[in-house]
Design a protein around this ligand. Structure first.
Ligand code: HEC
Length: 134
């Protein structure tokens, strides 16, 4: 207990400096989710014979996936999401990733996955995508 109390002033000092750190770590977490977990680039990054085309990460592309069975609804293009998709705020993008709903209340067509991220992860992905150049 005594040791914990002695550490308190140091923790309080760090709290002031923490804002920039936490913004950077939010972006880093978003990068991890986008590139390491959710694979957004599998559909949103143009690919060539050697894989993702350098310099075009998340720039939007025609899809190379096709359904095995005919689907009533299927998108053949995934839009640019680097620098945020057209017409989206960070908050609207986070809502899409939490609820599966676009700002107008409709759902993106498959094969866009219906993500159900928690609020922190959705905000981190939005912060990361907003940090990328358009
Ligand atoms: C399996 C392919 C696939 C993956 C993986 C994928 N997307 Fe998509 N995404 C799509 C397609 C296809 C569309 C276009 C849907 C449409 O036209 O309705 C789309 C649309 C979107 C849109 C635009 C929605 C709108 O308003 O029309 C956003 C934003 C988006 N994706 C973000 C993401 C993010 C962020 C990730 C990763 C966390 C991701 N996507 C992963 C295929 C994918």
């Amino acid at each position: 207990m005594r040791r914990a109390l002695m550490a308190l002033p140091a923790i309080l000092c760090l709290a002031g400096a923490g804002a920039a750190d936490s913004a950077a770590s939010q972006v880093a977490r978003g990068a991890y989710i986008v590139n390491g977990v959710a694979g957004c680039g599998d559909c949103h990054t143009p690919h060539g014979p050697k894989g993702p085309i350098p310099g075009k990460a998340l720039a939007g592309t025609a899809l190379f996936l096709e359904p095995v069975h005919p689907m009533p609804v299927w998108a053949d293009h995934a839009p640019r999401i680097a620098g945020l998709p057209d017409g989206y705020t960070k908050a609207q993008l986070a809502t899409l990733l939490r609820t599966g709903r676009k700002p107008n209340g409709s759902e993106p067509k498959p094969p866009m996955p219906q993500y159900r991220m928690n609020a922190q992860d959705a905000a981190a992905v939005a912060a990361y995508l907003a940090s990328l150049k358009r």
